[in-house]
Write a protein that binds this ligand. Structure first.
Ligand SMILES: Cc1ncc(COP(=O)(O)O)c(C=O)c1O
Length: 398
């Protein structure tokens, strides 16, 4: 049968990262491409015990329809933790459990934007969010990132040029893909600009718990006194990604619209996993568990940075994240990113080209993303050596 794909989806490409996954079967391949948490971060034994208890004691709650806003004990526990750890949540706020942060991002855009509206984002940014915005027919305006976060000058220019832009999408802490954290001063200035140009901020913070060096920086949401910030969080990187549990905290009115949008989309988030998540928080020590993940990722990040320092030609720049799971490497101008990524693939080392994260994929890019949460220590050292040899060869030939 012949059918036509909608205008919205016609030009959407599959995520470059998921495509790269397909080439990963080769034995001996090293992937720096994934964004997956390390499987050692899954508390399997605790979750199994809790799941057994649920099926023993509360099978009907787990297997029946639930309410759209989320499993009440989990909502309470998340709200409590947000207040305690991040000073997030006022009497005017509400919280909804969503099917991963991905759904929180998409639902926010869905209730705020009409087709043709503008969304301002960091450039580069998280491909899942960019594709969600594209799929809703919005126009993306990318604002370059600097070492301490979004460029204020470029942001103000974008706000001036797009006075009806609906929101700024930002990942201020351990950004995906760049690994950058927006400084406190910049956050204050961005909030001021958001006030001046009267625009919402969608703050996406799935990595905020994973700081392994430096000092915490307050979230936008905790600095917001006028309901301007929608906060999106997730348990994907601290408990389990397959569980698909995230949350949104925002003003009550906005959340009530998001509830309606979620009812249309999937009725509610999987109840069994919401229960497992809630009981894990009640019975186990989530903060100690997160502390262990931080130690694991600190070691891996340090190993990758020291391999980059040791082997990579100095013309290749890279970020030094204080948390999260990614760092961002930039080839010198004049070197072809496509050629570099292809050559790496031929040697069975996989990285994601920066073009995948661009607001405008046609724009020239010399950077690529490296993930350190998944590869083994040996793979990190061997893989960086291979990438360094390719870069050196290309620089020498230039
Ligand atoms: C910046 C960012 N936001 C949101 C998500 C979505 O996470 P999830 O839907 O698993 O909660 C990811 C996942 O990698 C991410 O990197």
């Amino acid at each position: 049968m012949k059918y036509e794909v909608s205008e919205k989806f016609k030009n959407l490409k599959p995520s470059a990262i998921r495509e790269i996954f397909k080439s990963l079967g080769t034995p001996g391949s090293i992937s720096f491409a994934a964004g997956n948490p390390n499987p050692d971060s899954f508390p399997v034994a605790d979750m199994k015990r809790i799941a057994d208890e649920i099926f023993e004691n509360e099978p009907v709650t787990a297997l029946q329809y639930g309410i759209t806003e989320g499993y009440a004990p989990l909502r309470e526990l998340v709200a409590k933790r947000l207040k305690k750890v991040y000073d997030i949540g006022t009497p005017d706020d509400d919280l909804i459990i969503v099917t991963g942060g991905q759904q929180g991002i998409e639902l926010t855009c869905k209730v705020v934007c009409n087709e043709g509206d503008t969304v301002i984002c960091e450039n580069p940014s998280f491909i899942g969010a960019l594709n969600a915005f594209r799929s809703l027919g919005t126009k993306l305006v990318g604002v370059p990132l600097e070492d301490d976060g979004i460029s204020l000058e470029a942001l103000e220019n974008a706000l001036k040029a797009n006075p009806r832009a609906k929101f700024l999408y930002t990942i201020p802490t351990f950004q995906n893909p760049a690994g950058i954290t927006t400084s406190y001063e910049k956050r204050r200035a961005v909030l001021e600009l958001a006030k001046k140009y009267d625009i919402l901020i969608l703050e996406d913070n799935p990595y905020g718990d994973l700081r392994f060096s430096g000092k915490d920086v307050p979230t936008y949401k905790s600095m917001d006194s006028e309901g301007r910030v929608v906060y999106c969080g997730s348990f994907s990187k601290v408990l389990s990604a397959g569980m698909r549990i995230g949350f949104l905290c925002a003003g009550k009115e906005l959340i009530s619209k998001i509830v309606v949008a979620k009812q249309v989309e999937d009725v509610h988030t999987n109840v069994l996993f919401q229960m497992i998540c809630a009981k894990y928080i009640e019975q186990c020590d989530l903060e100690a568990h997160i502390a262990e993940i931080r130690v694991l990722y600190r070691k891996k990040a340090e190993l990758m940075i020291s391999a980059l320092e040791k082997y990579m030609p100095e013309e290749v720049g890279f970020t030094r994240p204080e948390g999260g799971i990614f760092l961002w490497c930039s080839l010198p101008e004049g070197l072809s990113l496509d050629e570099f990524v292809k050559k790496a693939g031929e040697k069975n080392v996989f990285v994601v080209p920066g073009t995948a994260f661009a607001a405008d994929p046609e724009e020239e890019c010399h950077s690529f993303r490296l993930n350190y949460s998944m590869p083994s220590d040996d793979e990190i050292t061997r893989g960086i050596k291979i990438l360094a040899d390719i870069a050196r060869e290309m620089i020498e030939k230039k």
